[in-house]
Design a protein around this ligand. Structure first.
Ligand code: FAD
Length: 286
């Protein structure tokens, strides 16, 4: 089923993101992860894609196929474009179509010195413009509650987001954030800019202090004062930190849902037990 149809159904859309494990050993365990995640009844599961030249990218397609055929859950394949040319994108699309995948998350990808840009697709909107008329995929795009790190300002970021939607993105999935106000402000700006597609908040439960430090440095997420207090108080108590991190994610989700969001996209980090604790905490809400 296409994402655009999923978001038209009259229910809250719970979805997950996973990544293809790098190690062969972990890849063998992907079934264990998928079994637990699929038991939680997600509307779809998205699978990340390497920034370029990554041998893991074929695993993205392989895992999407497994999600669909073995677990009967809708997969969404991420697809980046910065370091690919048109024949390479054509090839990925052909493989995705052959695997029966109906949805892609079209991304530019991060600038990566190990996978130099080919200069063909500069932005995600270029990829969407290219893929849209050539395929039947429902295409989603990324959005940034705290602005993309390379964006000069919020207005420019929203203008570029509008270009992405005008090119054919039918659903937007957000970057992780810890302060809901940033998400609400972005949605308000997007609606004023005439963006009328579903905008789904991406929630990353904080499971370890290390993971927060990584998130702050890679995507520039701001930590609100109440979250900083959690870090200060429990940084040397990993189990207490995990409890507090999960409770924080649940409170963020409840606030988003009561404020009218029609979906929640959980960055699972392939940690299904933690995701189950969150889903148990909201099972009568979602
Ligand atoms: P774009 O939309 O192209 O934006 C990139 C920058 O260019 C922004 O600053 C934007 O404002 C600007 N811009 C856009 N259009 C124009 C224009 N026409 N003129 C001038 N400036 C413009 N990365 C991966 O490698 N693999 C993944 O699987 C992956 N999954 C992700 C999933 C989600 C939900 C999110 C939010 C991000 C994901 N990323 C992934 C990271 C993403 O690739 C990076 O954030 C990347 O830097 C930007 O990708 P984008 O598609 O948002 O780029």
């Amino acid at each position: 089923m296409k994402l655009s149809e999923i978001y038209k159904q009259d229910k809250t859309v719970l979805s997950f993101e996973i990544f293809p494990p790098k190690a062969a050993e972990e890849l063998k365990n992907i079934d264990e992860t998928l079994e637990m995640l699929c038991d939680l009844n997600p509307a779809y599961i998205s699978v990340t894609f390497g920034a370029g030249g990554s041998s893991n990218n074929n695993k993205t397609i392989e895992i999407c196929k497994k999600i669909k055929e073995k677990y009967h859950v809708e997969p969404v394949a991420h697809l980046t474009c910065l370091s690919y040319d048109k024949p390479e994108i054509d090839e990925f699309c052909k493989e995705l179509e052959a695997a029966g995948i109906e949805n892609i998350l079209a991304l530019r990808g991060d600038v990566n010195p190990n996978a130099p840009a080919k200069g063909v697709f500069k932005y995600a909107s270029d990829l969407i413009e290219y893929v849209k008329p050539r395929t039947n995929f429902c295409i989603a795009g990324a959005c940034y509650p705290e602005c993309h790190l390379e964006s000069g300002d919020r207005v420019t970021d929203l203008r570029n987001l509008k270009t992405k939607v005008d090119a054919g993105a039918e659903v937007l999935l957000s970057q992780l954030f810890f302060d809901n106000k940033a998400f609400f402000d972005m949605v308000e700006g997007a609606r004023i800019a005439g963006i009328d597609v579903p905008i789904t908040p991406g929630i990353m439960p904080c499971l370890t202090v290390k993971s927060i430090q990584r998130m702050v440095s890679t995507c520039g997420a701001t930590l609100p004062e109440n979250f900083k207090k959690i870090v200060e108080r429990y940084e040397d108590k990993p189990e207490a930190f995990l409890d507090a991190g999960l409770a924080y994610a649940i409170s963020q989700i409840i606030d988003l849902l009561v404020s009218g969001c029609d979906g929640i996209h959980l960055y699972t980090m392939n940690r299904p037990a933690a995701v189950k604790r969150i889903c148990d905490g909201i099972k009568n809400i979602i």
